[in-house]
Design a protein around this ligand. Structure first.
Ligand code: BES
Ligand code: ZN
Length: 537
């Protein structure tokens, strides 16, 4: 007998809601076209709505929907705290909003913000998907986090140069500014597209494209190294291309953004250069993204992450590098724990222990959706954001004319640590499934599944002659499917275990080196702990 489906909300399926909380405030800048009377549509949660009502008593909500909110800290495994909240769709005066946003920002720094919508209809769609999205979202595959690419990664790390990163920071910050609406912002996008194209010259598996945004001129830049034989699984490394001066950015306002975030784009550029120079051909698809319009509410990354989610793209990991060159605190790298995925964060921390063992690692949090990783987390993707300092001790010059390379010490040694860490991330995830020497591994995953929701895992690399065992425990009724050579489904598998509880087990052998995939399905809603162990013989 199978247990009856219980009402249950999976943290992952809550994700669309989080997107409502993504667009934080920082519109305390002069958006050039904010003439008095211009109206914009925003959606916002109860806390931000209460603030707005105080600040703009005339504002009326056109629609309010109740949503179940999972705490931002909701991590893998534990069933997250769920509370009911309303999200309100409101038309506000853009000019007034800009003027008031400092106060909102101060008060709501740790409790969410608002999200822009191009129109009322768009806003309604988002509100409705926030409700309907509970089971609609396809969970990304959870990759194996085994670290086994030392022979590939170590020689690459040795090739990476701080001076290259420094030069890119100088080149980018030579633009008067890189604001999302200015000619400098456009020029920086074109420049970067050329730079990445030149680096990729001669590789037919690499494309460099600009992603156009309907509502502003600056384009995001995306370089793609197509995966050789697992191309559908995508790994994203991102940084933001734009800069801002919080006094108000016009065509001629100086906003070098050397640290925020030329340092992130420059780190990506050095990773990309090194991978290409080493002839690295990933199995998964790698995408390097320089986002437009981060500084005005994560708008570029939101459009991109939303389009990937809408296309059901299987993005298995996202890393954001935003501010990497100013060492403000004792540790070298602070892994931010909010709006990120704890299992991937553990992997990143293990990458640093493996490849950069002299670095000191800490954790901290922004407390709000502070950068583009939040656009991806909002859609249920696994994101991480390793940061240059603790939140409190970050670069004091950002968002001003003084965010220069000189004020980061005219060196890029700090950025180089991030570039090396992120290269290890790109290679370890990118190379997954490659036939490497057999290793003994056990990996644990945990999470929850709604009724009929599936989640896939892998590939796990099983060496010829080896055996793999996947087993689950948990609550509810979870079914287990395991397949060699490609993703398992409920109708295509080499082993299935579908008893009436969450306790399941499957074992497989392989006569040749094989990719093995695991699929879990919530026959009823439940939580699981999955253990995958594989042995060479
Ligand atoms: N790089 C910053 C984020 C940041 C600043 C993180 C300081 C940690 C410490 C980013 O470019 C930024 O300015 N974000 C805005 C929010 C965004 C939604 C406009 C912010 O932090 O206020
Ligand atoms: Zn910023």
């Amino acid at each position: 007998m199978r247990s009856a489906p219980a009402p249950f909300f999976s943290p992952l399926c809550m994700a669309p809601l989080a997107s409502l909380l993504v667009g934080l405030v920082l519109l305390n800048t002069t958006a050039p076209a904010a003439a008095a009377g211009d109206k914009v549509w925003i959606s916002l949660g109860d806390a931000a709505w209460a603030q707005l009502q105080q600040l703009q008593p005339a504002a009326k909500a056109s629609a309010s929907v109740e949503i179940k909110q999972v705490s931002a800290e909701a991590t893998q495994g534990a069933r997250a705290a769920i509370k009911a909240e309303k999200v309100h769709l409101v038309e506000v005066d853009e000019a007034a909003l800009l003027g008031l946003s400092n106060a909102v920002h101060e008060k709501l720094r740790r409790c969410g913000g608002y999200m822009f919508h191009a129109s009322k209809a768009e806003g309604m769609k988002t509100l409705q998907s926030g409700q309907a999205g509970f089971t609609a979202l396809l969970a990304p595959t959870r990759p194996s986090y085994v670290i086994d690419q030392q022979t590939t990664v170590n020689p690459m790390l040795a090739q990476m140069q701080a001076s290259n990163i420094g030069q890119t920071i100088l080149d980018l910050s030579a633009n008067t500014n890189r604001y999302y609406t200015t000619s400098g912002g456009v020029a920086a996008s074109n420049w970067l597209k050329n730079r990445w194209s030149n680096l990729a010259a001669g590789r037919s598996d690499i494309t460099v494209e600009q992603f156009s945004h309907a509502n502003w001129a600056q384009k995001s830049v995306i370089a793609t190294i197509k995966g050789s034989d697992n191309a559908a699984q995508i790994v994203v490394l991102g940084a933001h291309l734009d800069s801002i001066n919080s006094q108000g950015t016009t065509e001629t306002t100086r906003a070098p953004g050397a640290d925020d975030d030329a340092s992130g784009v420059a780190s990506l550029t050095e990773i990309f250069r090194t991978l290409v120079n080493s002839g690295f051909k990933p199995r998964r698809t790698l995408k390097f993204m320089a986002y437009a319009a981060e500084e005005v509410g994560l708008r570029g990354s939101q459009e991109i992450a939303n389009s990937f989610a809408a296309a059901n793209a299987n993005v298995v990991g996202v890393m954001q590098l935003d501010m990497t060159n100013y060492k403000g605190a004792a540790n070298d790298i602070y892994i931010f724990t909010d709006y990120t995925d704890s299992a991937q964060n553990t992997f990143v921390s293990n990458l640093i222990k493996t490849y950069l063992p002299t670095l000191k690692v800490g954790t901290d949090r922004c407390g709000y959706a502070c950068s583009d990783h939040a656009s991806w987390s909002a859609k249920g993707f696994y994101a991480s954001m390793p940061f240059e300092s603790s939140f409190a001790a970050d670069n004091p010059y950002i968002h001003s004319a003084n965010d220069t390379y000189a004020n980061s010490g005219n060196q890029a040694d700090h950025s180089l640590k991030f570039a090396r860490m992120a290269l290890a991330y790109a290679v370890e995830l990118g190379a997954d499934g490659a036939a490497t020497p057999p290793v003994d591994k056990t990996e644990n995953f945990s999470g929850s599944l709604a009724l009929n929701q599936t989640q896939s895992f892998g590939p796990f690399k099983l060496a010829s002659g080896g055996s793999l065992k996947a087993s689950t425990t948990g609550s509810g009724d979870i079914d287990l499917f395991v397949k060699r050579g490609g993703p398992a489904s409920t109708s295509s598998y080499d082993c299935k275990s579908d008893g009436s509880t969450a306790t399941e087990s499957c074992s497989l052998g392989a006569t040749v080196n094989s990719d093995v995939y695991v699929l879990l399905k919530g026959y009823s809603a439940g939580t699981f702990k999955l253990t995958v162990s594989y042995t060479p013989q």
